[in-house]
Ligand binder design. Structure first.
Ligand code: PLP
Length: 391
């Protein structure tokens, strides 16, 4: 039997992060004391009132199909969130609830991109963006950045990456994997360039609330009617409410795009899980006080990790202003990021994600969504590992 795999699926790059995390899991199962810096999710539990709302919905029999774009109550709660947090006016008909922020990104790219289109993506990027673009048959155009510009793409770089084929620019601030947060003025300028060139912007704002050192989040949609008309915001509940396993995300788009996405979703996943959506309503409309204590904790860990990393000879690390990742440079040691991470795991039992997974081979990603004792232990081991490499 010839199990011919589609060109579409064959074009994908298997996830480098999965290989490392599978290995870390296996080592843990074998009894090794592995310190994990790989987590892409908060280590806190979902706030209780959110769980209660979903449990009550389940109990009350809210277990059937819902409208494919989500329950009206949740679409309205999302529209209200955009109004109160971002000053943006969206009608609930412009809001689509999906099965995670990742699914929202996928829907946007499927609804807007096709063969011969180019999609401009600054690197380091969230690893799914280029793969989704390839699935749509379009071409990722990657703009490299480095720690010298805090991993920010410059207006000149964006201008020169845009061609007559450019359909979409992907902006992710605060960023995974670097924690970079663009200032409002920088976002506006990138937005201006897209508007001038008729390029749509997919703005992934899922880390909007995870900001440090007074950093400010601005949505590109807010700068003018033109910016609004060119922007699709993707967002979700996973990070700010620690709801990664709930699979609940959302987007806000100009009406025709929302309509197209509704069609796509109605023929693929249909609605996101009914009772999870009730939890989503509780998350967005209920108390938000968990967030400050999470931020305080993240901020403490970030401060410790950032300082400790920069004290390790050969490593340098820009301080992140958002999300829960640091992205130290490790290229001084002469290893590829994959080799560095493989050896770090095998020899010193620390799991980190190679920068190559994010299009930046000179770095590794460390998540500080783990407790401070773990961070201390893991960074001590990292220092011992790099000491051996230098010695
Ligand atoms: C985590 C994440 C998402 C979405 O995650 P979901 O679990 O699918 O909601 C989207 N974009 C970035 C950059 C992320 O890190």
């Amino acid at each position: 039997m010839n199990y011919r795999i589609s060109n579409r699926a064959e074009s994908l790059t298997p996830s480098l992060t999965l290989a490392i995390s599978a290995k870390a899991k296996q080592m843990k199962a074998e009894g090794h004391d592995v310190v994990g810096f790989g987590a892409g999710e908060p280590d806190f539990d979902t706030p209780q009132h959110i769980k209660d709302a979903a449990a009550a919905a389940l109990e009350e029999g809210f277990t059937k199909y819902t409208p494919s774009s989500g329950i009206p109550e949740l679409r309205k709660a999302v529209a209200d969130k955009f109004k109160s947090d971002n000053g943006l006016d969206y009608d609930p008909s412009q809001i689509i609830i999906s099965c995670g922020g990742k699914h929202s990104c996928y829907n946007v790219i499927m609804a807007t991109c096709q063969e011969d289109d180019e999609v401009v993506i600054p690197a380091p990027y969230w690893l799914s963006y280029p793969e989704m673009v390839k699935l749509a048959g379009a071409k990722p155009v990657v703009i490299p950045t480095s720690d010298e510009t805090e991993f920010k793409v410059t207006p000149e770089q964006l201008r020169s990456a845009i061609t007559s084929r450019t359909r979409l620019f992907i902006l992710n601030s605060p960023s995974n994997p670097t924690g970079t947060v663009y200032t409002p003025a920088e976002i506006r300028e990138l937005g201006d360039i897209c508007v001038e060139n008729g390029v749509l912007i997919m703005s992934d704002e899922i880390y909007e609330k995870l900001l440090y050192d007074g950093a400010e989040h601005a949505s590109v949609a807010g700068f003018s009617e033109q910016h609004y008309a060119h922007t699709i915001i993707v967002h979700g509940l996973a990070k700010a409410y620690s709801m990664t396993g709930w699979r609940l995300g959302y987007l806000a788009a100009p009406e025709p795009i929302a309509k197209a996405i509704n069609s796509i979703q109605s023929h693929s996943t249909s609605n996101p899980t009914s009772f999870a959506q009730k939890g989503g309503v509780a998350a967005l409309t209920g108390p938000q006080d968990h967030l400050q204590s999470w931020l305080d904790e993240f901020s403490k860990r970030r401060g410790y990790a950032h300082e400790t990393l920069n004290n390790i000879p050969g490593i340098s690390c820009v301080n992140a202003k958002g999300a829960f990742y640091l992205f130290p440079k490790i290229s001084n040691f002469g290893l590829s990021s994959a080799e560095f991470c493989r050896r770090l795991l095998e020899e010193d039992k620390v799991a980190a994600v190679p920068g190559a997974a994010f299009g930046a081979d000179e770095y590794i990603r460390l998540s500080y969504a783990t407790d401070i004792d773990n961070i201390r232990k893991g960074l001590d081991r990292l220092a011992a590992f790099t000491g051996k490499l230098q010695g």
